[in-house]
Design a protein around this ligand. Structure first.
Ligand code: BGC
Length: 743
């Protein structure tokens, strides 16, 4: 947050520099436009159609290591590229990149390829899954991770990241909740912008950055029942207030491409919604880049899926006319565009416009000037050790300490038993979309991370996450130790795409482990590796300490151990609620108020909006996270001034250790025109404090950020607001402030 404000305030000083940069950019932009038009004028219809197609390239590690020009599939692919039938590949081709680009240069017009890969949180190094990364609440860190991922992606032969995912996700059942920044629109927006800026840099063509892709547009995280690919029904106002802001932020950060989502929105597949792809994305947000369908999503509009296109040509026409520019993998554009043009379903100028947008990205990426990569020089130029350190920093900052009865940080000299199969696994630290991070010798397991500093830790498996529990071994391990560290959660293949779950509780094996450990008389620390918040009230009850470790990446073992041992102070705060049970999903902190909220003065507690069998509170709410010290808030206030509201609090470190507190501001509009969230995050600031130290924290929120959308129009309403400046979304003393009507 601070960075953004600082940047704005520094603005004046850098004005003249900016002006020069804008003039230079405008000139470069004009140049690109001219080159696009010149090239377009030379293209045949077949060549234009070729540019609209992304083909599936070789993606396996074996293919990457081998020579693409000798395999049957590879030869076929190269021939298609030479024939000008392919604008882009979905692949991590490694050094084969140069052969592929060479083939593209041999095509009649020599148009280089966009090579798209799923660079989500990993390339050679693996950083924590985005949901974990978001818990750092750290824009600088997110940007640095984006930078490092981009340059590493180039070594995989990828010049276009099919990321970041910027899907606000409220439902823990949805597997793809792992891929973005959790449930909050503001946090998702900040992380989206930081990652886009990191991945693309100031200049995508500088040889160290690549194009980014904000996905999945839009409301994908609101799939009914948390079931992947499912339909979405919601009001347009909710779309604008909750799901659109991260895309707006990505566009403002200059994102080169956007990927429409698989789902339908109010009855129309996103892939063929002119309202979404043209009216809102280009019209309202001002996006001037290209769109790429999701994997076979155009085909999925036919009777093979949504059933809203008669045949391939119809699907192609509808998608292109809606504002889709490139089709991923399926062949409706390749096979259907000519028929669609002939029948009048599709206009030639629509095809030309799509080609223009694709070429523009290729020019902006500098592909025509530098179609190939000098891999040896590139690899030499990358400081992989620094990237590994960054992965360790990211892992440690993603960890959220959820419960601690004093067992953490681990005391020096004690004996530790480490149990559970994933505590001894490198692979399980990675998470979905990680591919094969290749700094293998350095990827750490939790057990190695603990031992790194001479901790006396002994690993014995005792159980698999979803397997049989060796009760005898578990009791034995516990009996020999002062503290048990037990790994819980999910295997990495259980999160990300198409990994929705109807049950997010611990499975019977893990519940058995909890029960056994609870009877051993030894304190146990539950380290939960997962791609979603799990429903784990029994850990909250029975473990001595609980830590959310997510999938922490290459340096995950070290980063998590840094926090457990106290080599680092806990830093992470939740970006999503931990529900008590699956039946409450979607459970999110900014739910709209009801006529009968808890604590209502109208009726007794029985007649409030609630479940009979679970409390309304979360096991751990959004924004929550402990430190190894304690903090006290006093003197909280909210003052509305001209154009901004100033929130202040004195925050004191009341414990015995240095620590960092994340001070959060939440606001509720009472007496609003329509029903508003019970509270909504508006800002935050981190403060680091020595024992006994007090600092005054002041957070300024522009009045313009306090509005919401009614019938498509964003507005800020005068009147009374409630506010909290607090350590999490369920805490704090209620404040009020008023906004005067505009004169
Ligand atoms: C996913 C996208 C991904 C694409 C290409 C799809 O199934 O939804 O996020 O970029 O595949 O692998």
């Amino acid at each position: 947050m601070k960075n953004i404000t600082d940047t704005i305030h520094r603005g004046r000083k850098t004005f003249s520099f900016l002006l020069a940069a804008i003039v230079a950019l405008a000139a470069a932009g004009a140049d690109v436009e001219q080159r696009v038009e010149e090239l377009l004028a030379k293209m045949t219809l077949d060549e234009k159609i070729g540019q609209l197609c992304q083909m599936l390239g070789e993606t396996s590690a074996a293919a990457m290591a081998g020579d693409i020009s000798v395999s049957v599939r590879g030869k076929r692919l190269l021939a298609e590229i030479r024939a000008g039938k392919c604008g882009s590949l979905l692949a991590h081709p490694g050094k084969n990149y140069n052969k592929l680009q060479q083939a593209a240069l041999e095509s009649r017009l020599g148009i280089p390829l966009l090579v798209g890969g799923n660079i989500i949180h990993s390339a050679n190094t693996c950083w924590p899954i985005p949901l974990g990364l978001s818990c750092a609440w750290d824009e600088g860190l997110w940007r640095r991770v984006g930078e490092a991922m981009a340059v590493e992606a180039r070594t995989l032969g990828v010049n276009w990241a099919l990321g970041p995912a910027v899907d606000v996700a409220l439902d823990a059942r949805w597997g793809r909740i792992a891929e973005a920044a959790g449930s909050d629109p503001l946090l998702n927006s900040l992380m989206a912008a930081a990652l886009v800026r990191g991945i693309q840099g100031e200049n995508m063509a500088d040889g160290r950055h690549i194009a980014a892709c904000a996905k999945h547009y839009i409301a994908y995280g609101a799939a009914m029942g948390g079931r992947d690919y499912n339909a979405v029904e919601m009001s347009d106002d909710t779309l604008r207030d909750v799901y659109l802001p991260p895309f707006r932020a990505a566009v403002e950060a200059g994102v080169a491409t956007v990927m429409p989502a698989f789902n339908s929105y109010n009855g129309v597949p996103c892939s063929m919604s002119r309202y979404l792809l043209t009216d809102i994305l280009r019209g309202e947000l001002g996006f001037d880049g290209m769109t790429i369908s999701d994997y076979t999503a155009v085909e999925e509009c036919t009777d093979a899926g949504h059933g809203v296109a008669e045949h391939g040509a119809d699907a192609a026409a509808k998608a292109l006319e809606a504002g889709m520019d490139m089709e991923m993998v399926s062949r409706n554009f390749a096979d259907g565009v000519k028929d669609a043009l002939a029948s009048g379903m599709l206009k030639q100028e629509t095809v030309d416009e799509a080609v223009r947008r694709i070429l523009r990205v290729k020019f902006r990426l500098g592909l025509f000037e530098h179609p190939t990569i000098d891999f040896a020089a590139l690899n030499k130029s990358i400081d992989y050790a620094a990237h590994y350190d960054l992965a360790r920093e990211a892992a440690r900052k993603s960890v959220v300490l959820l419960k601690n009865n004093g067992v953490l940080p681990l005391k020096k000299g004690i004996k530790i038993a480490v149990v559970g199969d994933i505590a001894n696994s490198r692979r399980e630290m990675f998470g979905g979309w990680a591919g094969t991070p290749n700094t293998n010798s350095r990827n750490t397991k939790l057990i190695d991370g603990l031992k790194a500093d001479g901790v006396d830790a002994i690993y014995s498996r005792c159980y698999n996450l979803n397997g049989k529990v060796d009760e005898k071994a578990l009791k034995k391990a516990a009996s020999k130790a002062d503290v048990v560290i037990a790994a819980f959660g999910e295997y990495e293949h259980e999160n990300c795409e198409n990994n929705s779950k109807a049950r997010i509780e611990l499975n019977p094996a893990q519940r058995q482990v909890v029960d056994i450990l609870a009877t051993t008389g030894r304190p146990f620390v539950a380290v939960v590796f997962s791609g979603r918040p799990l429903a784990i009230p029994e850990l909250a009850q029975k473990a001595s300490a609980v830590v959310a470790a997510w999938n922490p990446g290459s340096a995950g073992g070290l980063g998590v151990a840094d926090v457990l041992t106290g080599r680092a102070e806990p830093w992470g705060r939740l970006t999503i609620d931990f529900p008590i049970t699956t039946g409450e999903c979607p459970k999110f902190y900014f739910r709209p108020t009801t006529g009968r909220p808890s604590g209502t003065r109208l009726h007794g507690p029985r007649w409030t909006s609630r479940y009979r069998d679970v409390p309304e509170t979360s096991v751990w709410p959004f924004g929550f996270g402990l430190a190894y010290t304690t903090f006290e808030y006093s003197g909280e206030s909210a003052r509305a001034g001209s154009g901004e509201v100033v929130f202040t609090a004195d925050v004191k470190n009341t414990g015995g250790r240095k620590g960092s507190e994340l001070v959060q501001v939440y606001v509720r509009d009472i007496m609003a025109g329509t029903v508003r969230p019970r509270r909504l995050l508006k800002g935050f600031e981190r403060v680091e404090l020595d024992p006994g130290e007090t600092k005054r924290v002041e957070i300024k929120i522009p009045v313009s950020a306090l509005g919401y959308t009614v019938n498509g129009k964003y507005r800020v309403e005068p009147g009374v607001f409630e506010a909290w400046i607090a350590p999490h979304s369920d805490a704090g003393r209620k404040l009020t402030f008023s906004l005067a009507p505009e004169k």
